[in-house]
Design a protein around this ligand. Sequence first.
Ligand code: SF4
Length: 693
Amino acid sequence: MSYCASRFATIRRRTVAVQVGAVGVGGTHPVRIQSMTTSDTQDVAATVKQSIALAEVGCEIVRITAPNVAAAKCLKDIRAQFTTAGFGHIPLVADIHFLPSAAMEAVEHVEKVRVNPGNYADKKKFAVKEYTDADYEQELQRLHDSFSPLVKRAKELGRAMRIGTNHGSLSDRIMNRYGDTPLGMVESALEFLRIARSHNYHAIMLSMKSSNPKVMIQAYRLLVERMAREDMHYPLHLGVTEAGDGEDGRIKSAIGIGSLLLDGLGDTIRVSLTEDSVYEIPVAQAIAAKAMSLWSEGRARPLGAPSQSDGPAVRPYPETDSIDPYHFTRREPAALQLSAHCLVGPEQPPRVIVRIGSVAQLPEAATALAAPKLKDTPAEGLLVPISGPGDLATLCEIAAKTTLPVQFLALELAPALTPDVLQPLLALTKGRLMLVRKFGPAETGTFAAFADLVHRHGQFLAAEIAPGDIPAYAATLKQAGDTGLVFTLSALSGTQASHAIGAYRELVENLQLAGSNAPIWIRNTAGTAVRGDNSFLSKLLEASFLTGSLLCDGLGDFISIETETDVTRATKLAYNVLQGAGARISKTEFVACPSCGRTLFDLQTTTQRIRAQTGHLKGVKLAIMGCIVNGPGEMADADFGYVGGAPGKINLYVGKNCVQYNIPQAEADARLIALIREHGKWADPEPHQLSPV
Ligand code: SF4
């Protein structure tokens, strides 16, 4: 049983359709875009205003927090006024944590209710307790008794429901048996799902959110696999929770949501940003549009199967896929020493390469890459296109009088350049050169000549060979060995052009079959992009989809984002994608909730202010959460937490432990920094790390 039809093409998972008011989710419906209001729910006018603002920019489902019965009662007026304003077709969703009584009130007024299995019937105490099987059964019975009334009422009223599990807010019962793991998240949801099904209630969708895209991807995959085993096909609501703001928030969301959508999973999405909710909508729309452009209905059939069989001809899952999609393990590449300071190997972070458009741009690129703002995020390789001997001569001339602030030069060679022409250059430079060349299906001899050339001169070869051609190269690859070799893809065609992730997966599988463990270079080029849109957001999303997805599967030893031509932005974007995927940490990791009606301080300005003071702390994870009701549970594995305790008051956490209560907000930044210092994780910023508050 697998979680998707093929890991080599985007084939939409078949789900039942669930009606949320007038909006259908799953089945053959498009990916639905949703978001959440941040106003106090009891401020009806403000909540209606925010709901209208969201609907006007394309939000198709609006969620509103219902933290207590009083707030849940307000949903009646909010629904009525929203309808009167002309938005009767947009469903409202009540977001419930902790209080079944609030859920019972909310279900009367809105089209859908979201419950969190971690806290619907359980108070979280972070208690360590051994549960016997009898204790566990008793707990499940208690759960059944608490949840059943809501299920029955939702069924009577024709309401939908989301069983929304969050990593970091699992019940003590689940934590003690399964830990804070994707499996624990899935089991938590299945407990609720089984109760709903026992009442023959099926208007359900599910979510498995985490602030860590890797955890979130594994949890959704596992959920689908587990549901499929029991012949359950409910739609999925996708989201990366507490993703933060700006570029980082968008990247994290795109990695998690995009990776799943490109495997055909996901029916409605929310991009959670610590920004005004309306800014979430264009990002979500762009992600959904890219994925939907790739959907193909039907089922995968093996390559070569008769064309009259169902579905498109793609390699089905899993065939030779060696990756465990439910647990992260990094592929162990053969070691490569590109310079004294640049190693590639199992213990090394993925290396960053930037590309320039021509040899003439070399001096300008050298200056930009040497700037202090890239001191902590240096590009390690510089990729230069070489179209003929003239370019080689110019390169030598410029390189002789320019200090290149990189560890190696990668030369993207035109096909006409032969080993003979390159030999003098390679002999001259003594290491630090990577030749990059595309080899066609009948070029095994040329490949062998290039491999021999780089071996003799202690240089490197990045070979682009179409995944389907690798078997024809098997004997040559065996003879060449992995020393000095890297494999990559830049221009793709056919099915692979629409699923670059699948093409890289296939490349890795075929290399493994051919006995090669050479490192993989993930190149984001126009040829690997899903569709032509030249905006920076589009480039960011494409890079996050391709690079982030592969990194979360443990693949990738070099990355380059060549769709961005500004070398400074390309370098920063590469590091931000690496950080988002948890593959290379170059700055503080922020987990910030998107805010909602419970939020006790201005999350956006607070997040920006704290980021300006602490953003240089490489490897530290800081959570900024709007309330103590959900904040501590949902900040998962943060090192320190800044959490709204009461109006104007902040609680500070070390891990899951609250160490300072109700500090006046004016003092909280300084006390947080003192706490980080006390725990030995503070470093004073260097001048280039100071950013304006
Ligand atoms: S942590 Fe943030 S988003 Fe979550 S309930 Fe509290 S204020 Fe709302």
